[in-house]
Design a protein around this ligand. Structure first.
Ligand code: ZN
Length: 258
């Protein structure tokens, strides 16, 4: 079972047990404390639940049949191959990149922009930020923007938090920098390499307006194996096109400036 699903179950259990303790009058404060903690825990792990800054959770505002393909944790050597597929299929996608990987592959990062795709912020490393202080979160984003500036890259004012995990500090810092938070509607766990056919099958369940999450890199490994994602991509795009769906990049969304 994916870790995020386990965390969701834990948070919902905490919330439910807390509510039951209050309802049955066992211990009011213990129940309330459990419920509040469960709710907060759920907030930290749900990428589409943002309270303090504007966010993009779907692309429905761009038209009835639009979908978006997004890639996290790159760039890597596989990004170049993925860009080739996107070029052949003539679609635009969105890439949420890591500072440490941009340093390894600056030319591939430049190619993302020069070929008209959206380049968004992910982080410098790939830490879970939900239990970090504001100063630690700022350091993470300062290092990322410094790398981008040194290479004269002009990213879109968009951010996706590593793992989709956050706390209010993450949101406040995004808001202060004028970045819009980008969630996703369908994750297919391609980073766990379940097989090309499984990735394709899960991705083709995408509904109009939804944002698909794939991975062209890795938060920890310098040379990740993203062959399955690469091989699945062409089939995913062709399958979604056959259903009459059109692809947009998140850079096309009206800027949700705070
Ligand atoms: Zn990530």
């Amino acid at each position: 079972m994916p870790r995020t699903v386990k965390l969701k179950i834990l948070a919902i259990t905490l919330l439910s047990v807390g509510i039951l303790i209050v309802l049955y009058g066992i211990h009011l404060w213990l129940g309330l404390l459990g419920s509040i903690f469960g709710l907060y825990y759920l907030y930290t792990i749900l990428p589409s639940w943002n309270l303090f800054a504007k966010s993009i959770t779907n692309v429905r505002s761009l038209g009835p049949n639009k979908v978006a393909v997004t890639f996290d944790d790159g760039p890597s050597l596989w990004t170049a191959k993925i860009l080739d597929v996107l070029k052949t299929e003539d679609i635009k996608a969105s890439f949420f990149v890591l500072g440490k990987n941009i340093e390894r592959y600056p030319e591939i990062t430049r190619r993302i922009l020069s070929e008209g795709h959206c380049l968004g912020h992910h982080a410098y490393r790939h830490q879970k930020l939900r239990w970090r202080w504001l100063s630690q979160i700022r350091k993470e984003y300062d290092e990322l923007t410094k790398v981008m500036a040194s290479l004269q890259l002009k990213p879109d004012p968009l951010i996706r938090f590593p793992h989709g995990f956050k706390n209010p500090f993450c949101e406040w810092e995004a808001r202060r920098r004028g970045w819009t938070i980008c969630a996703w509607g369908r994750g297919v766990w391609d980073s766990r390499r379940p097989g090309v056919d499984v990735i394709v099958e899960r991705s083709l369940k995408l509904k109009p307006g939804e944002i698909l999450l794939l991975h062209d890199g890795d938060g920890d490994k310098e040379n990740p194996d993203r062959e399955q994602t690469y091989l699945a991509l062409e089939k995913i795009i062709k399958g979604l096109k056959a259903r009459g769906l059109e692809f947009v990049s998140l850079g096309e969304m009206p800027r949700c400036r705070n």
